[in-house]
Design a protein around this ligand. Sequence first.
Ligand SMILES: [Zn+2]
Length: 469
Amino acid sequence: MKTGLLKLLLSLFLLLSVQYTFSQAPPPHISGTVQVSMKDGTIKAEIVISKIPALADYAIWLNTGFTLEHLADANKQVSYAPLREYNPEQYEVFQYVLKDNKSNELVFTDKMTLKYTGAFPVLESSKQVDGWCADWKGNIVFIDNTLRASEQTAWYPIIYDKKNDVLLNKVTYDLEIVTEESASIYLNGSSPVKANRHRFTTETPVPLLLVMGSFDFKAQQKINFINTQLPELAEATLIEWTNNITQFYEQKLDLQYSRSVSYVESRPACSNWGWMFVSYPSIMVVGNEANSLSSYFDQETHQFKRSADIAYIAHELAHYYFGEVFVPNAELKWLFLEGLAEYVSLQALRTLVGEKEYQTLIQKYSEEVKGMTFSPLHEITTADQINQTYRYRYIPLLLTALEKEVGSKKLWLWLKRVINSKDSLSNYNFLKETLLAAGISQNTLTGFEATYIAGANSLEQVLKRVEMK
Ligand SMILES: [Zn+2]
């Protein structure tokens, strides 16, 4: 009996310690040198990744524009012929694995070295083409004497935990960035510098956004303005709104907005393109003059011209909670990432700007989705079934219908549940479990599913409910 008890205690202890290791595992650490030629559009890197956690299955992601010269287990000093896979769903990257060529088994190591080179087109300005042109967060762009490469491009090797569908793209680093031309260099998580060689280090894990080239930068009240062309009064407006919005989220979600953000600008590869993305704590605005950060502000008053732009900023700031604190994955990734960021940004607009401005956006979204068809959430099997309109328009409307059914308080309770959950797959079950955990009854949930998710005319029902008081 004693042995039995001991075994039980031991297995309990092991279970606890395994869970502890999983959620507390330190992030990978990246060190080495990255050489960038702004003139030629080349990137040459010699990288060591260490502190790779023990995983059941993995792959190493690297941008498809790179040729891998060397991939080795740094502990054993053994090089491998890179085994390369391509999955069109992750079209920016090749996935590499280390396999033993005798046993054909996956090689696990906590430390690897990689050497690779890539060449990318150097654009003087945005392309004006009649045919196909694309720019997105996963694009490595040399434009207007500036390089933009976010973590989504995988310009640095990223470990992918296949079993848990988690990308370990947040890393600590000790990286030297070198360029022949004198330049400003900004590596996410560090302050920007003007130098042609600089060693950046941080102990706080961040996704690696790299921006370098000929641009200016400054810090105002701890907020970095990098390559932005804002007059000081517009900067003051942006700082004030940033603080108001983050305080609103902190209070509603009961969690401190932990770091000061950086606003960064870059030109798009295609003319007339403009959008924003977040590589926390950086908020990147991509656009030519008409879509630049300056375009948001009235030239005389230096206030926001359109309230919808305040909602844009609020959306990007919300990604600290939905994308950084809570990292969605699996089938409903886009619901939890973009849908929730958009829903809370609408709430920020409603509280901080006004009911009228909020209703205008809600009506606009309702108009945009009218007559469309969206696969019901419980039938979603792959993340990309939730397209742009679904994630940015329909999900916020669906949640607004839910808010009208259960009350705003419960919705915030649910959002708190979501951001505090760890190591879960963001699927339909997770959606239901967290809603129940937030105090929504099984009956209410079943009714909501039947009418607004699975019902034959659920879209009409959602729009009807959203319009009602
Ligand atoms: Zn977003």
